[in-house]
Design a protein around this ligand. Structure first.
Ligand code: DQQ
Length: 462
């Protein structure tokens, strides 16, 4: 596809309905396209001093379907410039029914996109020019036309590619018919011909998902990381850390990428500073009708830096680049209010402590982030976040193990309808809330347990 063809694809840019600009629920510092539906982050790459974020995009409205790849670039992962749609389904080709998720790697100096075409699911390649503004389908597509012989699978998508010596390796999200989620491992010398090796990982338990989507394998030393998004009966991204030797992955430790229920299909890439960075899709928690009416749906998480602890736990911290959006520091909790801020709060891990966000003037509407020291459970309660019962309303919680005398350290990012809570660099909960604009109140639960507090109103990134 040339740049001109990109522009001829259904328009991403154009005149903007006023409702989107004025929408008090629309996040201001998380990444969103100008309008319509977005889901998985795709093709993340740092190239020639710019970050490229591609994403699953429906140009027809704020609902899932007709998957294209939207595109934006940034110098810092905070401020983004929207570019024309990068990839659109090509009539008659293997991606005629949708350009599904995938990644981008440099191959012989050429930005090379690996992705899934659907109905049936096949793996394909697109070559980009050096500034990733024009795209050309590889004539040998599909490079993998079907799942391995003799294996009955429920899914075959979302290629994740890395290099090992002279070989290129590909992990594909899958699931065994009548069984559980798995990741299939392939090898290639030339990217055109792929040989199936074996499952890189396979779940023994239905509760960890019967389909594993969007695999990310990080062959790090001494500890490697596998991340998958488990679909059905749960819908949640998990990680495993373990050893990778002779192309076999021995998973040792499992954990959640996010326990809040609103982070899915994360993708990891190595950024310009050599850091492993994760972006995740933040879906909506409201009805499809409400999404369509608003004209937008879906956001990208604050990028997280990943590291493996000596004990094999995945550590996740927000990138410090977002600090440029901080306004004047607030040290007294009583002075904090609004719908867009960042908080750093440290609590003695005793009793029941936490934060109340976006409270209405009469206190009846509120979102509560709470830690219960006795049970070591961290929760987000949004049973009273919104008066509209059509919005998802529940309590989500997770366990966080703290060493003796270790305080609870929270980083909270509130961005109107998004709440992202990082706890002690190892637990993250992302949630969605839809309170009316008057809900700007803030409170600390059990101020006697509060050891440190700093907050900043956050400026818009756009
Ligand atoms: N979303 C994509 C698929 C992927 C799923 C389609 C995960 O490639 O498996 O939009 O959200």
């Amino acid at each position: 596809m040339t740049r001109r063809e990109c522009l001829a694809a259904p328009a991403l840019l154009g005149s903007e309905p006023l409702s989107i600009e004025n929408d008090p629920l629309r996040p201001r510092y998380h990444f969103l396209p100008p309008r319509n539906w977005m889901n998985d982050p795709n093709g993340l790459i740092h190239h020639k001093g710019l970050y490229h974020l591609f994403y699953q995009y429906n140009p027809n409205g704020a609902y899932w379907g007709d998957m294209h790849w939207g595109h934006a670039t940034s110098p810092d992962m905070v401020h983004w410039e929207h570019l024309p749609i990068a990839l659109a389904p090509a009539p008659g080709g293997p991606d005629k029914d949708g350009v599904f998720s995938g990644c981008c790697r440099m191959h012989n100096g050429v930005p090379t996109i690996f992705y899934t075409g659907v109905s049936p699911e096949t793996q394909n390649i697109i070559l980009a020019n050096d500034d990733l503004t024009s795209f050309r389908r590889f004539p040998g597509n599909p490079v993998i036309a079907r799942p391995p012989e003799g294996l009955e699978v429920t899914a075959f998508r979302d290629p994740n590619v890395w290099q090992e010596g002279e070989d290129w390796m590909m992990a594909i999200g899958s699931g065994r018919k009548g069984g559980n989620g798995m990741v299939l491992l392939y090898r290639s010398r030339d990217l055109a011909h792929w040989e199936y090796l074996h499952p890189l990982a396979e779940s023994a338990r239905t509760e960890d998902g019967v389909i594993w989507e969007c695999p990310n394998f990080l062959p790090l030393h001494p500890t490697s990381v596998l991340i998958v998004s488990a679909d059905h009966p749960i819908r949640k991204p998990f990680y495993w850390t373990g050893e990778y030797e002779n192309r076999r992955f021995e998973a040792r430790k499992m954990g959640a990428i996010d326990d809040g229920g609103y982070c899915y299909a994360p993708q990891v890439f190595v950024d310009g500073k050599g850091r492993q960075i994760l972006f995740g899709w933040i879906p909506e928690g409201r009805t499809v009708a409400a999404q369509k009416a608003s004209g937008w749906a879906g956001a990208q998480s604050i990028p997280r830096i990943l590291e493996v602890s000596p004990g094999g736990e995945l550590l996740m911290r927000p990138i410090p680049e977002f600090e440029v959006l901080r306004g004047a520091e607030i040290r007294e909790p009583a002075k904090l209010k609004g719908d867009s801020y960042e908080i750093e709060a440290e609590f003695a891990a005793s009793g029941s402590s936490g934060l109340v966000l976006r409270a209405s003037p009469d206190g009846r509407l509120r979102t509560v982030v709470r830690f219960d020291a006795a049970t070591r459970r961290l929760s987000i309660d949004r049973t009273h976040s919104s008066a509209n019962k059509d919005n998802e309303q529940d309590v989500r919680d997770t366990h966080i193990s703290l060493a003796a005398a270790e305080p609870l350290r929270l980083r909270v990012f509130l961005d109107r309808s998004i709440v992202e809570v990082f706890a002690n660099d190892r637990v993250v909960m992302t949630s969605r809330i839809y309170p009316p604009g008057e809900c700007a109140g803030f409170e600390v639960i059990d101020p006697s347990s509060l050891r440190r507090f700093r907050a900043w109103p956050m400026r818009s990134a756009t």
